[in-house]
Design a protein around this ligand. Sequence first.
Ligand SMILES: [Zn+2]
Length: 754
Amino acid sequence: MLKYLLSSIIGLSVLMPVSAAPLSEAEVMAMAKRRLAQAMHVHVVTPELRKQLMAEFHPYLLAQTPDGLIVQLNDAQKLALAARGFWVAPAQTWKAAHLAWLKKQLEQRRKPDWCYPTVEETRVEAERLARIWPERVTLIDIGDSWEKTQGLADRDLLVLRIGPKTGEAEAKLLLTAGVHAREMAPPLLVLDFIRDLLRRDGVDPEITYFLDHRELHVALLVNPDGRKYAEQNLLWRKNTNTNYCPQSPDLRGADLNRNFSFNWGGSLSNSAGGAHASTDQCDETYLGRAAASEPETRAIEAYARRLFADDRPDDFSTPAPVSKPGIFVDIHSFSELVLYPWGHDYTPLPNPGLAALAERTAQINRYTPMAAVSLYPTTGTTDDFGYGELGVASLTFEIGRQFFEPCSSYESDVRPGNLDALHYLWRMADAPYLSGNRPRIVRSQQQWDSSGVTIRIDVESCQRVGCQQSAITAAEYAWDAPVPEQGGVAMTLIDSGSTTDTSFEARIDRNQLGNLPRTLFVRAANAEGRWSPPFALTVHEQSLPPVARADIDCEGTSCTFDGSESTSPDGHIVAWRWYVDDIEVGQGTNFVHTLSDGTHDVTLAVEDNHQQTNTLTRTITVGVSEQKPTATLSATCNALSCTLDWSANDDGQVVAVEIDWGDGQVTSAPARPEQHHYQKAGNYQIRLTATDDIGQRTSVVAYVAPTTQDEGHGGGGENNTSDSGGGGGAWSWLLLLFGARYRRPRRRWQRNFE
Ligand SMILES: [Zn+2]
C-alpha cells in the first residue's frame, strides 16, 4: 500500500510539470534516463550507410560513435531496421557515458569555459547592444513563449533589428535561431554575427555601407522554454507545451519546425516516403494540434509577414519574382548542411535561383547544399513557410557536428565559416534569386609611394569543385558613392584567377585624391555582365581616428559607464575619459558613478595610440519616478472584420497609442474600440504600443484568426486556429494579455541620443 501510494505520488508529480526550469540535479538525472530509454546503437560499416541513416533518422539522432549511430527509436523503427539487416542494440555503453558526463556537468554546474549564453544572459546582451548602438539596434518583443502564455514563466520572444539609422531598407535578412532547444551553437552564432557587424560600424566602410542599406532581423531564441531544459544539459528539442503527451511529460511538446502553416501536415509525394512530421504527441517531430498552433510559431510567422511582401501564390509551381528582395535563414545544428525547399518532395523549385544561392552559400561555409527532402521528408518547416507562403528566398543551415558543440570547435571551426556565409547572404539580400551567379569582392589593399596610391582588389573566382560561376572580367571604382549604373573608372586586370581570386588594380595619383581619408567604392562583373554588390574601402595615408562607444546602464541614479566597445580602425585605444555635464568624473573602460536626479550629458572621450581622439555624448535622465504605461488588449472577429478593445494607462500621461494589425496596416490614435478589416483569412498578431510622456513604451499583443466565412454559413469551428478553445463558427476570441503582469524591475531612467 505504501509502495503504491509512493508511486502514485511520484506519478502525479511527473504528470504535472509546470515549467522547464529550474530542476534539481536528481530531477535532471531521472528525466535524462527516462528520455534515453529508447536510445539504440545502430551499427554501420560504411560512410555511405552512415550518411544514409543519418539523413533518414535525423530528428531522432542523439550522437555518432566510431562504429555507428545512437538513435532514439520506437519499436516499429527497431524492427524495420533489423529487417533491413542492421545490427540494432540498446546503447548501454553510450548511455552510461552520457549519463556520467551529465552527472559531472551538474556537479560542476557549468563548465567555466562554457560559451553559450542562457536565455536570461541573451536578453541582457540584447539590451546592452541596444544601449550602445541606439541608432542601429532596436530590441523588439514579438510575443510570448508557450509557458508565458500560461503564466508559468516570463520568457519573451525577442528580435534584434539592425539597420539604417533612419528609414527602412528594402533588402532584409531574417535569421531565426534556437527553434530546437538542444542545438547550442545557432543562438550564439547569430549574436556573434550581430556583434561583428556593430563593432565594424563606422570603422569598416563596406560594413557601414551595408548597415545603411540592409535590415537584419534576428529572432535570438525562438524556443526559450525548451532551451531551459537544454541549459540543464538535456537533449530537449520541442517546446514544452504540456497539452501534448501528458502521459509522458518528459516527451511532451510540439516540434516547432513541423508546426509552420505552409503545407502543415501535408501529404508527401510518392517519391519521398517515410515519416515527415509525426502525429504522435510524444514523438520528437510532433506537428502540433493545428497549423501554427504554438505561440512561438505564430510570433515568427506574424513577424515574417510584416517584413516580406507576399507575392507568390501558395502553390508548389509558381515562381516568386526573380528580382524579389529578402532572405530568411533558420539556423539549426548539426550536420554541416545548407538546405533549401521543398521538404515534402523532389519537384525542383519554381525559383532555381534559390538552389543556386544555397550552393554558393555552401561553398562559403564549406557545407553540403541539398533540397531539404533529400535529407529526410518534412512538412510545416520554417523554410517551406518562408518560400511557400511569402516567396522569400529561404534556407536552413545545419551547423557544426554536435548538439552540445564544444566551445573550442565552435570558435575554431563553426563560427568562422558560418559568419562568412551570413555576411555573404546579408549582402545578397537585395536580389537573392540572382545572386548565385554574382561576383563577390573579398578584400582590398593599398600601397603608397611618393606620387600616389595603388589600390588592389581580390574578387572571388569561385573555382572550387561544383562552382558554376563564370569568369570575372571587369572592375570599376568611384569616389564617395557606389559606382553608378552607367559605370565608373575601369580597373586593370592583373591576375585572372589562376589561384583562387581574380585581382584588379588601379593607380591613383596624389593630385586626384582630394582630402583624405575618403571612401572608394568598387564593383566587379563576370562574363555574363552580373555586377557584384558594392565594396567600399577607406583610402588613407595618415592613421585613422578612433570610434568612441559607450554603454551607460543606470539602476536608479547609480550608473555603470562602460567604454570597452570603443575601437580604433588601425591601432588601439589607450585612454578613456568620462565627463558629466563637462566635468571629468573618471577614467578607464568601466566604472560606476552616481548621478544626481535629473538630466545629464555624459561624454566619453577616447584617445588612440596615434594621439587621435573621438568623443561621444549621451543625454540621460535619472531619478524620474515615472513607471512604464500599462495596457490591455482583446480582440474578436466576425468573418474578416475584427474589433479590438483596448486600454492604456500611465502614472503620468499616455501620449501615443499605435496598433499594428499584423497585415502591414498600422493605426495611430485608434478609437475605443477600433475596427479593422483584413483582406484575407489567416493568423495575425495584433500589437498595441502605448507611449508615455517621458517616452517609455509598453507593447501588448493579441492573436486573431479572421476567416472568410460569415456567421450565416460558418463551419463548426474547425477552421479556427486561434486560441479559442474550440469556440463556435467564424468567431475567434481573445488571448488577453496584460502588460502589467510581468513587470520587469523598474528602471528609473530614460535616455536620448544626441
Ligand atoms: Zn533543428
